[in-house]
Design a protein around this ligand. Structure first.
Ligand SMILES: C[S@@+](CC[C@H](N)C(=O)[O-])C[C@H]1O[C@@H](n2cnc3c(N)ncnc32)[C@H](O)[C@@H]1O
Length: 176
């Protein structure tokens, strides 16, 4: 499958940061139009991506974009909010979200779902590219506080010079 060339800088950076292994099981929260999922799927060989989005319109767009990967069984999308999804325990190696505000607003229930769904030691990547870069420190501070309060360890906070404005990423792991 050919690599799409209409991919924003921020998603290329995200895939670079996550270093997904070919056999990883990857969960994307708020998968939108499925652009990041498609990029992750390019690096998989035996692994898979499940994208969740509470908007059926977004799921339809994501399915359209990822037809070949979906047909190959490497990618699936579900219309659901993260709080309501029923995922088998320890069924994902990596979880990520890009520009999904729940992580710096009120993620308690959702973080419990992720803690259960990830394997022990599994990593959560929370990415954000705001409309203007001065918003990033407040997002990082709020997300760090909420993650830490829910029993997660923030391993790293990364900043990248993505176009048109910088992006940030919190890398976290749940400590049982
Ligand atoms: C700003 S868009 C970002 C979409 C995509 N990740 C991107 O970066 O372009 C946020 C997406 O997350 C979805 N979303 C927000 N909260 C969610 C939740 N609790 N569970 C599932 N999807 C959610 C929204 O429906 C929307 O499609």
């Amino acid at each position: 499958m050919t690599m799409p060339d209409d991919v924003p800088d921020r998603f290329r950076w995200a895939v670079d940061v996550m270093q997904v292994r070919p056999t990883d099981r990857v969960l994307e929260v708020g998968s939108g139009r499925g652009v990041a999922a498609a990029l992750v799927a390019h690096g998989l060989d035996g692994g898979h991506v499940l994208g969740l989005d509470r908007s059926a319109t977004m799921t339809t767009a994501a399915l359209r974009r990822n037809q070949a990967h979906v047909a190959a069984g490497a990618v699936a999308f579900r219309t659901t909010s993260l709080a309501d999804v029923d995922l088998p325990p320890a069924s994902f190696d990596v979880a990520f979200a890009f520009n999904v505000s729940l992580f710096w607003t009120s993620p308690a229930r959702e973080l419990a779902v992720l803690a259960r769904a990830l394997v022990p030691g599994g990593r959560l990547f929370v990415f954000h590219q705001p409309p203007s870069p001065e918003k990033n420190p407040a997002v990082v501070e709020a997300a760090t506080r909420l993650l830490t309060g829910a029993g997660w360890t923030v391993l790293e906070t990364l900043v990248a010079d993505t176009s048109p404005v910088e992006s940030v990423c919190l890398v976290a792991r749940h400590e049982p």
